[in-house]
Design a protein around this ligand. Structure first.
Ligand code: NAD
Length: 245
């Protein structure tokens, strides 16, 4: 597909789910992988899985919401060419698809911390090295909920995602002359949604299935590639044709 040999990719929240799928695709294109997760055992298990598949993966566990932890980990890693800001918590976790009026301010903070501050922290921490090397890729994993109105219960989640996308849109202008691009993908419903709703949501998608880690990873491999060096500040919907706009 796209040759990422010689590049090091940090994927946040890659201990499972979509992030693990993205890491796998980038690894298959030749990137050395840094597998981040909040839970060290998840990051280690993902690395063991990827290594068994012949990919080069090291665990880099930290909490993306903790700037000091992020910068210490990035410094220890030494070189990061591709950052995939994937760690995120959807509306269903912690807020159980509650309408916004029924949530409390105590529930808002973790949502904003992970879905927005996590991206700010990680992007800020990798920028100095990318600028020095004159090459970098910063990619946000967003959601259709951050692009269009999708369903009730994801109001704040979608707002955080939209903010993270707009952050990279504007960041792209600041870093373009340094060889760094900043883009986002907006995912539709993915395979790892609870089993009982996968079949139901798939019926409403023009390409009638939920998305896979390969779908997300393939789009990101393109955005991370040399071939996409003139593509920046963009949000690419990866959603089987759902919610066109
Ligand atoms: N699954 C979907 O249907 C879907 C749809 C649209 C967008 N997305 C986005 O895709 C991304 C991945 O979603 P997923 O479904 O794989 O989620 P998931 O919950 O299965 O996996 C997320 C991983 O991130 C880790 N994580 C959470 N907070 C963290 C933190 N502060 N620091 C480091 N790691 C942290 C978790 O431990 C977990 O292993 C998210 O940004 C999500 O918003 C998912």
């Amino acid at each position: 597909m796209f040759d990422l040999t010689g590049k090091t990719a940090l994927v946040t929240g890659a201990g499972r789910g979509v992030g693990l799928g993205i890491a796998r695709v980038l690894g298959r294109q030749g990137a050395a992988l840094l597998i981040n997760d909040l839970f060290e055992e998840r990051a280690l298990a993902a690395c063991a899985q990827l290594s068994a598949e012949g990919l080069q993966a090291s665990a880099l566990p930290f909490d993306t919401t903790d700037y000091d932890a992020v910068s210490a980990a990035v410094e220890a890693a030494g070189r990061i060419d591709i950052l995939v800001n994937n760690a995120g918590i959807p509306g269903r976790e912690g807020m159980a698809l509650q309408p916004f009026a029924e949530t409390s301010p105590q529930q808002w903070r973790p949502m904003v911390n992970v879905n927005l501050y996590g991206t700010l922290n990680c992007s800020h921490a990798v920028l100095t090295g990318m600028r020095e090397r004159g090459w970098g890729r910063i990619i946000v994993v967003s959601s259709d909920a951050g692009r269009v109105g999708t369903n009730a219960g994801v109001t704040l989640y979608g707002a955080c995602k939209a903010a993270a996308v707009h952050f990279v849109r504007n960041l792209s202008q600041e870093v373009a002359a340094s060889g760094i691009t900043a883009n986002a993908i907006a995912l539709g419903p993915m395979d790892n949604l609870p089993e009982e709703i996968v079949e139901f949501v798939a019926r409403g998608i023009p390409v009638p299935r939920t998305g896979s880690g390969d779908d997300a990873g393939s789009a990101i491999a393109y955005l991370a590639s040399e071939e996409a060096s003139w593509v920046t500040g963009q949000e690419l919907p990866v959603n089987g044709g759902l919610s066109p706009s």
